[in-house]
Design a protein. Sequence first.
Length: 93
Amino acid sequence: MKRIMIYPEYIDSRRSRSEGRKIRKEYCIDNPKIEEIYEAAKLLGLNPEIQRDKKYPRNWFYSKGRVIVDKVKSKLEILKDIALKIKDMRNMG
């Protein structure tokens, strides 16, 4: 199965498109952590794996890591699903 990389910058509402945000702001969350992305992906059954030593190329001086997940839909649909799941998790917690 194909896998895709997810950097926190992809779903961070504080970032612009040119800074790496991939989905619309209404779906994004503020300051996502890789642990949250991992948990959301796990709940969605995406077989996540954390790589803490990796850096987002556009933000190479600041390392947040990345999460690799199974590609079961388009990348943008997966990002939206993960962001919405993190919103749910934050609202419940």
